[in-house]
Design a protein. Structure first.
Length: 293
């Protein structure tokens, strides 16, 4: 038996993981993986495969990275699937919850299957070139680590998660460097989608404001929804003041008849838009001016 025969790269370049999982379960694991689920993951780009086990719920899931494995030969897919099946078998039969359990038990089954199926299952199956290809979100530190090897202040990730306290190395970086990270690069598609989201959010907020404004213009009158009548605002006239006090005070101190000369000024009472004020006007011909209050 040779599950990774080079000829299969031509005759079966895209094997069905569900059919092969059932086949491997029967051939190598005594049908102990019946309660395990196998699926593709479109978001997993750090490793080729992973096996998750929840003992309390009895759930076991094998997930394979579609972004990484679609760039690799068929052989890598088969060996990655078998690698994760070994983890699942140990979880379900031995209760082994060690996520990095590549000890004697794992290596025993790894060597057993390799000798039978002609495969080359290994302890690790990280495809560095492919992983690097998907690390398109980039941050740069403004601290002293920018001049230090091996990363020169750069943090590259396949997802938009900025460096922070949740990273194991972050506290050491804070003590030794103290710099802050700023994003310097991201995928064009990611930038375009973000701009579309911002435009959509802005349009929704604008529409919401318009609805609120229209609601404020309506009222229920006699069980009928009607437009509110807007009463015009009447401006109150400001109190009239002069430099010497109010007009009444000024007139009370002034005679009813004021004599005028050709060089004197006449005091006239004028009504303007903002009320009554006193204004000095040019001399007029009449000798007497009567001011009626």
């Amino acid at each position: 038996m040779n599950l990774v025969d080079p000829e299969l790269e031509r005759t079966d370049p895209n094997p069905c993981i569900y059919e092969h999982f059932n086949l491997f379960n029967m051939l190598f694991f005594n049908d102990k993986l019946g309660s395990c689920e196998v699926k593709w993951s479109k978001r997993m780009t750090i490793c080729a495969g992973i096996c998750r086990y929840k003992p309390r719920l009895g759930e076991c899931v094998v997930a394979l990275s579609e972004p990484l494995l679609k760039l690799r030969p068929r052989k890598d897919l088969i060996e990655t699937l078998l690698h994760e099946c070994i983890h699942a078998y140990l979880f379900l039969t031995n209760g082994n919850t060690d996520r990095d359990g590549h000890g004697p038990s794992f290596q025993y089954h790894m060597n057993r299957i390799n000798s039978i199926a002609g495969t080359n299952i290994s302890i690790y199956h990280s495809f560095h070139d492919e992983v690097r290809h998907y690390k398109t979100h980039v941050w740069l530190c403004n601290g002293v680590c920018r001049t230090q090897r091996p990363y020169f202040g750069f943090v590259k990730r396949s997802m938009n998660r900025s460096p922070g306290p949740s990273d194991k190395w972050y506290e050491t970086h804070r003590i030794n460097c103290g710099g802050t990270f700023s994003k310097v690069k991201e995928p064009e598609e990611f930038t375009r989608k973000n701009k579309e989201k911002e435009k959509k959010l802005e349009a929704n907020q604008s529409k919401k404001r318009e609805v609120e404004q229209s609601k404020n213009k309506l009222e229920i009158v006699g069980g009928v929804l009607m437009k509110k009548e807007v009463k015009p605002k009447i401006k109150k006239k400001a109190a009239i003041k002069t430099t010497t006090g109010s007009l009444d005070k000024f007139l009370s101190k002034s005679p009813t008849i004021i004599k005028n000369t050709s060089t004197g000024a006449s005091i006239l009472k004028n009504r303007l838009t903002d009320g009554l004020i006193l204004r000095l006007s040019a001399p007029i011909k009449p000798e007497l001016i009567v001011i009626d209050d």
